[in-house]
Design a binder for this molecule. Sequence first.
Ligand SMILES: *[C@@H]1O[C@H](CO)[C@@H](O)[C@H](O)[C@H]1NC(C)=O
Ligand SMILES: *[C@@H]1O[C@H](CO)[C@@H](O)[C@H](O)[C@H]1NC(C)=O
Ligand SMILES: *[C@@H]1O[C@H](CO)[C@@H](O)[C@H](O)[C@H]1NC(C)=O
Ligand SMILES: *[C@@H]1O[C@H](CO)[C@@H](O)[C@H](O)[C@H]1NC(C)=O
Ligand SMILES: *[C@@H]1O[C@H](CO)[C@@H](O)[C@H](O)[C@H]1NC(C)=O
Ligand SMILES: *[C@@H]1O[C@H](CO)[C@@H](O)[C@H](O)[C@H]1NC(C)=O
Ligand SMILES: *[C@@H]1O[C@H](CO)[C@@H](O)[C@H](O)[C@H]1NC(C)=O
Length: 654
Amino acid sequence: MASVEKLTAVSKFIFLVAVVLLQWGASHAQQPYVNNKQLACDDQSNNNITKGFYCNGPKSCASYITFRSDPTYNTAVNIGFLLGADATQIVSLNNFSSDLATIPSDTLVLVPVNCSCSGNYYQHNASHIIRYDNETYFIISNNTYQGLTTCQAMMAQNSYNFRKLQVNNTLLVPLRCACPTSRQSADGFKYLISYMVTWGDSISAIAAKFGADEKSVLDANELSASDIIFPFTPILVPLTAEPKIIESQHTSPPPAPPPPPQTPTGVGESKSSKKWVIVGVAAAASSVLLLSLFGFLFCFNRRRSRKPKPLLEPGPPQPPLPKFSDSSDYPLSISSQGIRHEIESLTLYKFEDIQAATGNFYESNRIKGSVYRASFKDDDAAVKVMKGDVSTEINLLKRINHTNIIRLSGFCLHEGSSYLVYQYAENGSVSDWLQSNKNQASNTLSWQQRVRIAYDISDALNYLHNYTSPPYIHKNLKTSNILLDGNFRAKIANFGLARTLENANDGGLQLTRHVVGTQGYLAPEYIENGVITPKLDVFAFGVVMLELLSGREAAGAERNREGEVLSASIKRVLEGDNVRGKLEGFMDPALQHEYPLELAFSMAQLAKNCVDHDLNARPSTADVSNTLSKILSSSLDWDPSDELDSSTSMSSTR
Ligand SMILES: *[C@@H]1O[C@H](CO)[C@@H](O)[C@H](O)[C@H]1NC(C)=O
Ligand SMILES: *[C@@H]1O[C@H](CO)[C@@H](O)[C@H](O)[C@H]1NC(C)=O
Ligand SMILES: *[C@@H]1O[C@H](CO)[C@@H](O)[C@H](O)[C@H]1NC(C)=O
Ligand SMILES: *[C@@H]1O[C@H](CO)[C@@H](O)[C@H](O)[C@H]1NC(C)=O
Ligand SMILES: *[C@@H]1O[C@H](CO)[C@@H](O)[C@H](O)[C@H]1NC(C)=O
Ligand SMILES: *[C@@H]1O[C@H](CO)[C@@H](O)[C@H](O)[C@H]1NC(C)=O
Ligand SMILES: *[C@@H]1O[C@H](CO)[C@@H](O)[C@H](O)[C@H]1NC(C)=O
């Protein structure tokens, strides 16, 4: 009890410090930086930062925004039209020769706008008419308006549902701008520029561009010198006089963007869309720190007030799948997992209870191998009988709580055997569905179910690799270890070979002499050198995706003519001529062509990257999960009766 008191005091102290810091920040600085939160379009938490800059100064003022000319918007007239600004003022401020003169692509253009309070936020209203059916709130705010607004702000101020945007809809586009606070005015600042960050920018480079003081820029955005800034987000630059761009724009090319990571590429993804993945990852990583602080407070409070749980209570209701939008959604799914980080205490069963629940291990209760169906009171469970040391699995599962990881509810030790009691998965394993119901369209997993299974598993792997402490590697991922509940939501099972990643600091590299696992799923570096990294699971997951696509076994009797295992055959399918035809031939005949080929291609491409021979070329589970969330969101939109739509739904995943 005494330690509980102490902890309460500690958590109160941390909370106080956080409150004090926040209040200090609010009075000291101008506006919090958006920190890439604009990517999470489906963030329902009403994150104020994404809605605009707070109205914390005069009701209105003259201000400036920046825009980089592109092939569509390349004259003062059409930039002014896009941004609701005056072309003549743009011409004179930027010393263009005329309002119709072509501005070379990627020129930084300063645009004067009137900024005013609307509700709690400063904004400059522009309006946009939808021209193409691939436009979404995210694409309009990020790609067309280059991040000058956010999807969240647009959704808040337009009545159109994000799934129902149509050509010819007129949208209000609230552009982010701000007026100096009284404190800034007292320091002599007259204007604020909303400068859009681009690849390779830094605060010092931005300050230099406008002859501003670096410290005043950091203060204006509540940033410190070591903080990371992200492309397509606005940075406020306070100025004492009308702005001029000081840096000559064409003599020094912008520094090269960081090398793109090896990320899965979808059909429609351009080179630049690869890069933002790094940004997304960085954003996720930075939110982990925050989450762990909140997670700590949350778990702590929960723990104190928890009542003991009844035995084997049914699993928590499946949360509805978030509505996916076009941005990176995985930071969201992580935050919800973080909150659900409850530690289940395990029940120690008596052997008699296990015997009774399984009908004394009656043969017709046998699910498979040494796994039996059991019935405790009214709850179904699965009991696995194991010999030898099961501490790995118990220790791991008792600490983990993720919807897509099978839940261990208790265990029993009896005469040298262990009996592990798991949550029951009504629909058996994915391999059963793919193998025993071969070629029966009536009894197969649909395209949407397959994509959702892949997404569920990637989310669970991402959790194991990046959000548990210590991180875990499953090491034995395969379709027979992926179970399906009554709603066909996937759960990873069988953690007997899992291990922790102890030396996560050394890049997570470990070596082993004992190569164990399942043929067809083992990564080459593991077979050859016993190297253990999270990329081992990525490889196996790539094979799982290939099975979901093709319905073939990882290394079964069905090896193809060349005697290749599944992971080797995908290369041949996706390389060379007639990729479309070869992919159609590769796909599971049981699907009977009821799938969008473009999305199948994206998933095949992702799987191919996952089974790359070079482990460094494989994407991280975070990247995989992110890509799959987009494929899933497009798949849910896909209407089998309307195959023509598949190409547009593909391009709208961006
Ligand atoms: C966020 O916005 C809500 C309403 O829009 C407001 O009540 C709240 O005070 C805002 N939070 C901050 C920190 O300004
Ligand atoms: C901003 O407001 C001033 C005065 O209210 C006006 O003269 C000017 O034209 C406005 N600028 C724009 C771009 O609307
Ligand atoms: C504006 O452009 C003209 C030529 O187009 C040039 O002579 C002049 O120096 C420029 N002024 C500034 C301030 O850059
Ligand atoms: C901008 O649009 C909002 C929402 O329609 C409106 O309330 C506000 O008055 C507009 N601001 C200006 C300056 O027109
Ligand atoms: C949307 O479609 C139009 C016309 O089909 C095309 O020019 C444009 O590049 C597409 N935009 C995106 C972001 O895919
Ligand atoms: C935002 O738009 C830019 C410019 O068009 C593009 O390069 C970038 O990939 C987009 N970001 C995302 C997350 O799609
Ligand atoms: C959009 O408006 C234009 C011009 O008014 C019209 O020609 C076109 O048919 C409209 N498109 C749709 C899809 O309503």
